[in-house]
Design a protein around this ligand. Structure first.
Ligand code: 6MZ
Length: 350
């Protein structure tokens, strides 16, 4: 008898390639962070400021702009090395529990002079949390990290992130966890032409690139510029395909480049860039045989899991369990850690 879809998707060995650390915090961890934050304010004799919601529950939606307000709120709570360690540890543990065998997390290095956290110690704290989670993990799991450039950052800040990533690679040449750079942040802001040389430099110096492109409509020109850097993967790309409101030229260019697209179903529906699951661009690419990878984006903010995203894709687009297994297996080809591909392919073939 066939295994029910939800259970099949949970058991499937999965690869998560698009997960923002601070967007992936579960409500349970958020409670821990809130308690820590309130205790600290009380100790210092300060009043707790108004706290907003940090998760969009099942069946609810928000404007994309409101999602970015949630990240601001989360950053208020994740404001020192210990909170970063807690978050990285819990997020990795939860992905492991969900059957993820290879995880590429991404996060924007942040300094906070008030707590002594520097961008360097921020990254160290993530690595420390990942190591702790892996040491406790009962199953095989691999984790890598991309450092994110926020679109609103200056060229100097973006370059600092590239240098930080390269410094980590140099310090740990044979077992580096930092494998690349992500470009993300509010898609309505930022000076992309100014950031292009930084992205080129990262690529030339050996870092992999995953760039958010066309997450909102009418960004064809900007997306064309970002494609000129030859990114290794694209985040969202919701409005590239001509049937999704992009352009035939852009669609053909992406098809010819064969650049994998990280698709985030629930994120796009809850953030209201896509009206419903049925109207998502996933099947448009899948039909053309273009590589897509199902991802969560922000499993905490959007209240989802990678297993649920596979199940939603299966149900919405009438994909068989065998097709879902193939999607999970093909995702391995697009990981940024080349040396693990064979080992992971064996896992996903069972
Ligand atoms: C663009 C996003 C995003 O870096 O603090 N981020 N950027 N589009 C999205 N779609 C909803 N979701 C998250 O994680 C939070 C940060 O990731 C980016 C934003 O810059 C957000 O502030 P980190 O770990």
């Amino acid at each position: 008898m066939a295994v029910p879809l939800a259970e099949f998707c949970r058991q499937l060995p999965k690869v998560e390639l698009h997960a923002h650390l601070n967007g992936s915090i579960s409500s349970a961890t958020m409670q821990t962070l809130l308690k820590r934050y309130k205790n600290r304010l009380e100790r210092e004799g300060n009043e707790t400021p108004q706290l907003w919601e940090t998760t969009i529950l099942k069946g609810e939606k928000r404007a994309l702009a409101d999602c970015f307000l949630m990240f601001k709120m989360i950053h208020t709570l994740v404001n020192d090395e210990e909170s970063v360690r807690i978050v990285a540890h819990e997020v990795v543990r939860e992905f492991a529990d969900d059957g993820v065998v290879y995880l590429e997390l991404r996060s924007t290095p942040r300094a906070n002079p008030a707590t002594g956290m520097t961008k360097h110690s921020y990254v160290q704290a993530i690595l420390c949390g990942i190591d702790k989670a892996l040491s406790e993990c009962r199953t095989t799991m691999h984790v890598r990290l991309l450092l994110s450039i926020d679109r609103r950052q200056s060229v100097a800040e973006a370059m600092d992130t590239v240098e930080l990533a390269l410094a980590h690679v140099e310090q740990t040449p044979h077992h580096t966890r930092v494998v690349g750079i992500d470009l993300s942040g509010d898609p309505t802001v930022g000076d992309i032409p100014a950031l292009l040389p930084v992205l080129h430099s990262a690529k030339e110096r050996g870092l992999k690139l995953s760039l958010h492109v066309s997450e909102i409509p009418q960004r064809n020109e900007e997306t064309a510029l970002l494609l000129s850097v030859c990114p290794d993967r694209l985040g969202h790309g919701t409005f590239i395909h001509q049937e999704a409101g992009g352009s035939p030229e852009l669609e053909e260019r992406v098809l010819a480049m064969k650049t994998p697209i990280e698709v985030c179903l629930t994120s796009n529906v809850k953030g209201q860039t896509v009206s419903n699951y049925e109207n998502h661009h996933l099947p448009l690419w899948h039909k053309r045989g273009h590589p897509i990878v199902i991802c969560t984006d922000d499993k905490g903010v959007f209240s989802t899991t990678l297993s649920e995203e596979y199940a939603i894709a299966g149900e919405t687009f009438f994909l068989s369990q065998e097709q879902l297994r193939q999607l999970a297996s093909h995702a391995v080809e697009h990981i940024f850690e080349h040396d693990l591909k064979n080992e992971l392919l064996k896992l996903s073939d069972v």
